[in-house]
Ligand binder design. Structure first.
Ligand code: NOJ
Length: 569
């Protein structure tokens, strides 16, 4: 599976890359219905990953190398196997009100179709309500039926969560990435009912072709989000220093990001917004993927950047454990050359924005999508459930088109084992007795792997190392203002960074064909009066050899996937 001892043994690799903080996906005790996002004991480590002692050792070793460690806080829901939920199934238990329980709809037999309290569907398929025989009622689960939503209205729930967070902070972790944290507050009416519970049809958001209406528009930024986050800050972080909090925030607007991450409001340091990774799908469903329009990516990222211009802060990511690999999605992994070039171009584009960049394991090697062709190869419950729901049950998509969508968008694309070396299981399982990992290794590990790339100065890994170093040594990159150029150009992504008198121009050709530098960027170059010699001196980074970059700037023409960072003043 990959475990804590394995990570500890690779800390030198991370330190060498130059990262500051390590975010661990959930390693808590869990039945693993959703890869650990279903936690049955927050204060223990799942035996798959090791023990609490292994965690302490990982923390000690990371800290010794100057690395901080943040853990994944999953408190919108627990596992149905958590003792809180088991106790809550008894109406007389003190935990009775810790989850969101509802009786069957009037006039329907409990447990029969149509008796669910409203028409919400789960993000992982089927109804968002599950009938519990023991309690004789339904519980809400926005995610799988093994992930019941906690009732954050109940102060005892909140206090239990804060106590658990304090326990981990006292143990030495440096903060939390908070799973769907902006979904914890639900929109109850004055009688405590959820939308549609009165039998109404949720008219603004009617049931889709699968028969369900989404909880997303209602639960993604509920009425008490700010209040709960500020309370959490006071209860857990008020007297601490040097910690990091980043909330996963699907559906949160850039404007709301400004509010939540403005230090004056005492909520979170950063949020992960999703509007920029949702641009290439039709009708809002990722199962209808469309080609990227670069102007849409520019528009969404510009909105995010502008919103936190004065207050608040941005996080920067293209990849994570839920997204397909960016190099396969928006780059070109069809040849070795285009893979390497486009991985660098996308990395450069992202890292030169203003905010805190996140690198997802293997991104720094240019790891690609899994390119699975059979459903049996998938492990992710979302992919498997959505295939059955859309193809077998609702019949709204052909098997062929859904398999294509999974190959392009499925979450397992990012979850294949880290490619350490060219050996049979890519060095992911024990060296002395390698066994088959839980999900197939990508066959391209034979040439895309850490051993090859660490010692190759032209590799994606070496490029990411330079990207990180550039940010660490140039305040204009980490903190400078950000201004888009040529917003309507579909091939070149260009922007300026500025701090005091310093100005940096970033140009990236996000395509596989050469193209002239567009007007606004060309005007900046022309006004700068740079010649061959000064360009060479002011070139901070380039995806091609520096000589090549100099001629590209002089000719105002970028090669396929060429990216350039140039000091202008
Ligand atoms: C978001 C996580 O990133 C994802 O992996 C998980 O399935 C859901 N939240 C539910 O916890």
């Amino acid at each position: 599976m990959g475990d804590l001892k394995g990570i500890t043994s690779r800390l030198d690799y991370l330190a060498d890359l130059g990262v500051d903080v390590l975010w661990l996906s959930p390693v808590f005790k869990s039945p693993q219905d959703d890869n650990g996002y279903d936690i049955s004991d927050y204060q223990d480590i799942d035996p798959l990953f090791g023990t609490l002692d292994d965690m302490d050792e990982l923390l000690a070793q990371a800290h010794e190398r100057g690395l901080k460690v943040v853990m994944d806080l999953v408190v919108n829901h627990t596992s149905d196997e958590h003792s809180w939920f088991q106790a809550s199934r008894d109406k007389n238990d003190e935990h009775a009100d810790w989850y969101i329980w509802r009786a069957a709809r009037d006039g329907y037999t409990p447990g029969e179709p149509g008796a669910e309290p409203n028409k919400w569907g789960s993000y992982f398929g089927g109804s968002a309500w599950q009938f519990d025989e023991k309690r004789g009622e339904y519980f809400l689960h926005q995610y799988s039926k093994k992930q019941p939503d906690l009732n954050w209205e109940n102060p005892a729930v909140r206090q239990a969560v804060y106590a658990m967070m304090n326990w981990w902070m006292d143990r030495g972790i440096d903060g939390f990435r908070m799973d769907v944290i902006t979904q914890i507050s639900k929109p109850y009416d004055t009688q405590g009912r959820l939308p549609g519970e009165d039998g109404s049809e949720l008219e603004d958001f009617p049931a889709g072709s699968d028969g369900y209406s989404s909880p997303f528009p209602f639960c993604s930024d509920g009425p008490r989000v700010d209040e709960f986050l500020a309370e959490m800050r006071r209860e857990v972080f008020a007297h601490r220093e040097g910690f990091l909090t980043v909330g996963e925030a699907p559906g949160i607007t850039p404007k709301r990001n400004e509010h939540i991450t403005n230090p004056d409001n005492g909520e979170l340091d950063m949020l992960f917004l999703f509007n920029h990774v949702d641009v290439d799908c039709e009708n809002g469903t990722k199962w209808n993927p469309t080609p990227l329009r670069l102007t849409e990516l520019k528009r969404t990222l510009s909105e995010q950047q502008q919103a936190v211009k004065n207050n608040g802060w941005a996080s920067l990511f293209f990849n994570n454990h839920d997204q397909p690999r960016a190099v396969s999605r928006w780059g070109d992994d069809s040849t070795e050359e285009s893979r390497s070039l486009s991985a660098k171009a996308l990395g450069l584009l992202l890292h030169m924005h203003r905010g805190t960049p996140y690198i997802y394991q293997g991104e720094e090697l240019g790891m690609t999508n899994a390119h699975f062709t059979r459903l049996e190869q998938y492990r992710d419950l979302e992919s498997i459930n959505m295939y059955h729901q859309r193809v077998d049950e609702a019949g709204i998509q052909s098997s062929e088109s859904m398999m294509d969508a999974l190959a392009r968008r499925g979450r397992d694309n990012a979850r294949t084992p880290m490619q350490w070396d060219a050996s049979c299981y890519a060095g992911f399982t024990a060296e002395d007795a390698p066994t088959e990992p839980w999900i197939s290794v990508n066959p391209n590990h034979e040439h895309i792997n850490a051993v090859e790339e660490v010692c190759d100065s032209n590799s994606v890994y070496s490029f990411y190392k330079q990207l990180i170093a550039l940010r660490h040594t140039n305040p204009v990159i980490s903190a400078g203002d950000w201004q888009i150029l040529d917003a309507s150009n579909e091939q070149i992504y260009a922007f300026m960074r500025s701090l005091g008198d310093e100005r940096v121009l970033v140009l990236v050709n996000v395509s596989g064909s050469a193209v002239d530098v567009p007007a606004e960027s060309a005007a900046v170059l022309a006004a700068s009066g740079l010649d061959e010699h000064s360009i060479n001196q002011r070139l901070l980074l380039s995806t091609y050899e520096s000589n090549h970059a100099v001629s590209s700037v002089l000719n105002q023409r970028l090669e396929a996937w060429e990216g350039i960072v140039l000091r202008i003043d």
